[in-house]
Design a protein around this ligand. Structure first.
Ligand code: DC
Length: 229
């Protein structure tokens, strides 16, 4: 028997890193739902979809097919938009970063993606990270984590990531984008980012990746033992 692990939290607080490590360690599937919202955003940007025009949005969503494929060099999943690998572009394109929170506040977009996410987790044995996983996508997940870290620490981590990918930006810009996204994500009407009542908070401001993984693996083992799985 396998469980569902739901990981939610603010932007750039290391949710994906943790989710990937956990999935690799447990032999579970990993799904990065942020990548799905970013992919839809990229499509909307490319086709200049008007976010205030529901019919345009509906037509666009009907044209979007999202799939994942294993990247042999990173051993994690890349996202494909209608067959095109857009993994790198959705991470480095600043227009995607600045528009994704507005796109993910649209109910039709959420319905479209949440349906696919629920299907992906139906067989359990999955680690999924995002903003509404423990509250909306898998309200019955056996283990829910709410990951957080100090905003300045998050901005510095994100800046290093972008610099490694050759992006030229500043700490101020990165911090402003994070704070703006956190604000939109936590105040939107549909599925705002919030801690599920039964989620366990992990503040990783002063934890190394290894320490964080260690702590969470203990939680997983407790869950497996208590559920006698
Ligand atoms: O995790 P990320 O930074 O790649 O997510 C990008 C955006 O997608 C984020 O600002 C909010 C949105 N998102 C969401 O609304 N719901 C999710 N389950 C995942 C991401």
């Amino acid at each position: 028997m396998k469980i569902v692990i739901a990981i939610d939290g603010y932007s750039s607080c290391g949710k994906s890193t943790l989710a990937k490590q956990l999935a690799a360690k447990l032999g579970y599937k990993y799904v990065d739902t942020g990548a799905m919202y970013r992919a839809v955003t990229l499509y909307f940007l490319r086709f200049q979809i008007d976010l205030f025009h529901p019919e345009q949005i509906e037509n666009a969503l009907n044209q979007i097919q999202l799939t994942f494929e294993i990247n042999a060099s990173t051993n994690t999943q890349d996202i494909l938009l209608n067959g095109e690998n857009i993994e790198n572009e959705i991470r480095v394109n600043p227009r995607v970063a600045s528009m994704v929170s507005d796109v993910s506040a649209i109910s039709d977009v959420r319905k479209f993606l949440v349906k696919q996410q629920k299907e992906m987790g139906a067989a359990k044995g999955i680690v999924m990270d995002g903003r509404d996983i423990g509250t909306v996508v898998f309200p019955d997940a056996e283990l829910k984590l709410f990951v957080t870290a100090d905003p300045l620490i998050r901005a510095n981590r994100r800046l290093s990531e972008l610099q490694e990918k050759g992006q030229n930006t500043t700490l101020e810009e990165v911090l402003a984008n994070l704070e703006k996204r956190d604000h939109i994500d936590s105040t939107r009407a549909d599925s705002p980012l919030k801690q599920a009542d039964d989620a366990i908070v992990i503040d990783n401001s002063h934890l190394t990746r290894e320490e964080q993984l260690e702590k969470v693996l203990q939680l997983v083992n407790q869950k497996l033992l208590s559920a006698n799985l």
